[in-house]
Design a binder for this molecule. Structure first.
Ligand SMILES: [Fe+2]
Length: 236
């Protein structure tokens, strides 16, 4: 991640604007003419001295033929390279379905740097299968492991039929996205606790092919490239 300085607090925005302007080799005057943003303002934005307003990002994105998203810096909330979440600080909440408390949730360590990884811990309150309401499934795949207690009953729907499997401490299982599912604790005196990690994968399929096309030696330039289009002293 590129850190801003006190003189250039919005350098991460500026570098992205610079990178896209460099990509089409347009001068500040040209970008100003095309977007209506004053040249002096464009220079301040590129130098990271001012934070772009949303309207300016929209104008620049349109001008560069990119998405506004391409002009937003990567958000990194890691400290010393890791993200820590103490149990006492975890977001805790109950989920009710049909008037009954079905699950209690603790959100576990998540990071803006890894948006496709969402771990939650669940305490399973219901004890009878007939009280359990299956969800409709979700986009992310899911890894589940029994942390404590149990048995844990797992219900899932596959090809129109609801299946049930009983798991105990240490057991784990995986489902892909959009499989409807639910959990309950068959033994009221031994409520189950599970860790459920939903996750997505962006660096697969098309993204991998495109990275291969750009070649590994150029991959670093996707993240950061401060140099001009031509080497210095070769202005053409
Ligand atoms: Fe789930």
């Amino acid at each position: 991640m590129i850190q801003g300085t006190s003189a250039q607090p919005y350098l991460e925005y500026g570098r992205l604007i610079h990178a896209w302007r460099n990509e089409i080799k347009h001068t500040f005057a040209m970008v100003s003419g095309g977007t209506g943003i004053a040249e002096v303002r464009l220079k301040a934005l590129e130098k990271g001295k001012a934070k772009p307003e949303w309207r300016e990002l929209e104008l620049l994105a349109k001008y560069f033929y990119v998405s506004v998203r391409d002009l937003l810096p990567f958000e990194n909330d890691l400290k010393r390279g890791i993200k820590i979440l103490r149990h006492k600080d975890a977001c805790f909440f109950d989920q009710e379905r049909a008037g009954r408390k079905q699950y209690s949730y603790w959100n576990r360590a998540m990071s803006q740097a890894l948006p496709n990884f969402k771990p939650v811990e669940l305490l399973l309150h219901l004890n009878r299968r007939e009280d359990v309401i299956l969800n409709r499934g979700h986009f992310f795949h899911q890894y589940t492991q029994v942390l404590h207690g149990g048995p844990v009953a797992y219900l899932w729907e596959w090809e129109g039929k609801v299946h049930e499997e009983i798991f105990t401490e240490g057991d784990s299982w995986l489902i892909p996205g959009f499989v409807p599912h639910a959990f309950y604790s068959p033994e009221p005196k031994n409520l189950g606790r599970i860790l459920a990690i939903t996750f997505g994968q962006n660096i697969g399929g098309d993204a991998r092919q495109e990275l291969a096309l750009l070649r590994p030696e150029n991959a670093a330039r996707i993240i950061q490239d401060e140099k001009d289009y031509y080497p210095k002293g070769m202005d053409i």
